[in-house]
Design a protein around this ligand. Structure first.
Ligand code: UT7
Length: 327
């Protein structure tokens, strides 16, 4: 049986750190409120002239380097992002150009915070169908440019960054992606979205003055559905593989808010030491949170042969998904 194995991980976080104390000077908030309600202490902000494609390229280079694979060997690049360099073409094509991955084709996936998990699912299907052998799966975001830095309800939550994994076809042993599960429900689309500027709410003086080009969120509503969906999709992945919470070596959830992660882990019946959390350092980087966390955990020696790794994410759309991996 062909399985998609992760043979390399990489990440890139911009240098500039914006702490809660920095944000205290921008909006009516406090470090104590942000830490108590979200667990976030600081986040990274892309430098002027630094774009999603740049961060995605750095993360991908690091994943390729770890795997010992050259860019010309890649068959496909899938990038989960909602903050691409341009409305189109796909930022994945710019990454392809940067890497010199001339034998690949490349596309973006727009599934907000679930972007990486969706991308991983598509890449897994591609490999299992026998269509290709090596896929770069990336999550990269420059959310700081679509955040309204005058809105305390949202600006404290988000940050920038990129993570990547290299998936390779393997018929050797039982390691690899065991299953992936994807869902969406468009009836919730306007609880978490960016109204402008697409082709519906176009660039105009009025729409600009309305701040339509910034992320809008009904945080409370999102919170409730996020916990419910993350729990159900995590259990779905375990059940599909005949496994239970005690089999999970590490749960790497989308890092949105520490309270969401803790509530979800409790419902799945995972202990604290089974859950990877780095939201305090980076905030919510949407599609980038999971591959960044995977890379950190991998480089810290926390992912070992045979380990069962559970990933799950939830985001705008609403979209949600999970993947179960035997490392
Ligand atoms: O990847 C998915 C992306 N989205 C999310 O994960 C977001 C999910 N939601 C959340 O994380 C939480 O709902 C928030 C952190 C956004 C908000 O926490 P909450 O416990 O749900 O607070 P709330 O929205 O119920 O607001 C409570 C109060 C309100 O004041 P009043 O109306 O009670 O007087 C807010 O105005 O907290 C106020 N508030 C703030 N106060 C200080 C909201 N934002 C802030 C702030 N600083 N930054």
């Amino acid at each position: 049986m062909i399985r998609a194995r992760i043979t390399g991980t990489g990440s890139y976080m911009p240098e500039q750190i914006r702490t809660n104390f920095d944000i205290e000077k921008m909006v009516d908030t406090t470090n104590d409120w942000i830490v108590a309600r979200t667990g976030i202490e600081e986040r990274r902000i892309a430098a002027e002239g630094e774009y999603t494609s740049d961060m995605a390229t750095r993360a991908a280079e690091r994943a390729l380097e770890m795997a010992g694979v050259s860019a010309s060997e890649i068959d496909l690049i899938v990038l989960g992002t909602i903050t691409g360099d341009y409305p189109w073409p796909a930022t994945a094509c710019i990454v392809q150009q940067n890497l010199g991955a001339n034998n690949a084709y490349a596309y973006d996936i727009s599934a907000a915070c679930t972007g990486f998990v969706y991308a991983l699912g598509c890449a897994n299907d591609f490999i299992q169908s026998g269509r290709g052998k090596k896929v770069l799966v990336i999550g990269a975001e420059t959310l700081s440019r679509i955040i309204d830095w005058t809105d305390r309800n949202t600006c404290v939550l988000f940050g920038d960054g990129a993570g990547a994994v290299l998936l390779e076809a393997s018929e050797d042993g039982d390691a690899g992606l065991l299953s992936s599960h994807m869902h969406s429900d468009g009836s919730y689309f306007d609880l978490l979205y960016q109204p402008g500027f697409g082709t519906r709410i176009m660039l105009s003086a009025e729409n600009y003055d309305n701040r339509s080009n910034y992320l809008k969120m009904q945080g409370n509503e999102v919170f409730k559905v996020a916990v419910r969906s993350l729990t159900s999709v995590s259990l779905e992945a375990l059940e599909a593989n005949g496994l239970s919470a005690s089999d999970v070596s590490l749960f790497i959830p989308h890092q949105a808010n520490k309270r969401i992660l803790e509530a979800t882990a409790k419902r799945i019946k995972l202990n604290d030491d089974q859950v990877y959390i780095n939201v305090h350092k980076y905030g919510n980087t949407s599609g980038a949170t999971i591959p960044v966390a995977m890379d950190e955990a991998n480089r810290a020696g926390m992912l070992n042969a045979g380990d069962i790794i559970l990933l799950s994410a939830f985001g705008g759309g609403f979209t949600w998904g999970s993947a179960l991996i035997r490392w």
